[in-house]
Design a protein. Structure first.
Ligand SMILES: Cc1ncc(COP(=O)(O)O)c(C=O)c1O
Length: 386
């Protein structure tokens, strides 16, 4: 039973597998690298995917969508491509290392960095950000939904704060894209980093960065773009100058099929199903002695993931018992967000996190809950007898 869709979604819709195979078996060529028919067909697949992404996120100009290999690539491009020494950036303690580590690296080169501590419910207090604004604040960078506890952050208020202060707004949508609606126009998002392989149901090795038209981006990787070959400098044209090297054509084809599947099923149907599975799990877990659910108390302020600890039980051991005894895949530990656990009071051991997906059933959640009871009993009995 796979309950780690926050890491990467599995299984994928059938049409995603078909699209990947079609790109590999029937098309084969590299897009934008030849004038022959199969290269042109590959180019059409990439164009169609870019248009689908743009439609899904209400992006007016699809050329502002830059394909990357994951959310990490998109975040690195957004941060390294805009911030310079002397700039000030604000982020929070709820962030993933994919956002924090590039910021730490930039800090070594002269970036001023403020990390806002977040309370134990994992929800950002917008006033805490407002207090830290400076004349040179160039960016506010936050995740839309916490990958540790599922807290949905007050994106709209943070966006207003950004625009009133002239800072760029970077949103890490790793745990929200494909789960809740994102409209870059209404939310006034300047930079949106998205993995293709999580909620969008595409294959591994896919993702993208949306860059608003007024944002000047510097490329962070130099190389071939298939055009402008005599220029010594990397072209600044979006998306070509930023998609250097061979595209992941099968991945991009699969991503397009994933988005198509979501549109067929309906984003709100997906959100409702995932939420009802999380509520079912939460209710069962709350009946177990010593279990604490972390994050916002109100389930309507949470999505995608549920994190818990059980008193006297090591989360990593519990995850291993669930895997070996019941073939259940869940993630234990710090989930690449160490500061979030300091805020939530779950450091150093972290939490056990489950993240159901569209294909998870209510029966599976019931089996999972029973298995947790048995594993916790087993671990506590071993400890009592030793
Ligand atoms: C909040 C958050 N940001 C960024 C990432 C990195 O995503 P990717 O694995 O696509 O690079 C993750 C992955 O789990 C995440 O949860």
């Amino acid at each position: 039973m796979y309950l780690d869709n926050a890491a990467t979604s599995f299984p994928k819709p059938e049409k995603v597998y078909e699209a990947v195979l079609h790109a590999m078996r029937d098309v084969g060529a590299s897009p934008g690298r030849g004038g022959y028919r199969c290269s042109l067909e590959a180019g059409r697949i990439v164009y169609k995917a870019r248009e689908s992404v743009a439609d899904f996120f209400s992006i007016r100009d699809s050329s502002r969508v830059i394909f990357t290999h994951n959310a990490t690539g998109a975040l690195n491009l957004a941060l390294q491509g805009t911030l310079v020494p002397g700039d000030h950036a604000i982020t929070t303690s709820m962030e993933h290392n994919s956002l924090l580590r590039p910021l730490y690296a930039l800090r070594k080169k002269g970036l001023e960095l403020t990390i806002i501590p977040v309370g134990s419910d994992g929800v950002i207090n917008v006033e805490d950000i407002r207090r830290e604004l400076r004349a040179n604040t160039r960016m506010i960078a936050v995740s839309h939904v916490s990958n540790v506890c599922g807290a949905i952050q007050p994106i709209q208020e943070i966006s207003e704060l950004c625009h009133n202060s002239g800072a760029l707004f970077l949103v890490d949508a790793a745990q929200s894209a494909g789960h809740v609606p994102i409209n870059v126009e209404l939310m006034a998002i300047d930079l949106l980093a998205v993995p293709g392989h999580k909620g969008l149901l595409g294959p591994g090795g896919t993702g993208f960065l949306y860059v608003a038209p007024h944002v000047a981006l510097k490329p962070v990787i130099q190389g071939g773009t298939g055009t402008n070959s005599t220029a010594e400098e990397q072209p600044l044209v979006v998306p070509d100058g930023f998609e250097t090297g061979t595209h992941n054509l099968p991945g991009i084809a699969g991503l397009q099929a994933g988005i198509e599947f979501i549109c067929e099923v309906g984003l709100s149907a997906i959100h409702q199903r995932e939420n009802s599975l999380l509520i079912q799990a939460e209710q069962a877990l709350r009946n177990i002695t010593g279990v604490v659910i972390h994050g916002p108390a109100n389930s309507s302020m949470r999505c995608s993931v549920l994190s818990f600890t059980a008193s006297g039980v090591d989360s990593a051991l519990l995850a291993a018992e669930l895997d070996h005894g019941f073939d259940i895949a869940v993630r234990a530990g710090l989930h690449c967000a160490p500061l979030a656990h300091s805020s939530m009071g779950t450091a150093p051991g972290g939490t056990l996190r489950l993240s159901p997906g569209w294909f998870t059933t209510s029966e599976e959640i019931a089996l999972f809950s029973d298995a947790v009871v048995q594993c916790i009993d087993k671990i506590r009995n071993i400890d009592n007898n030793s």
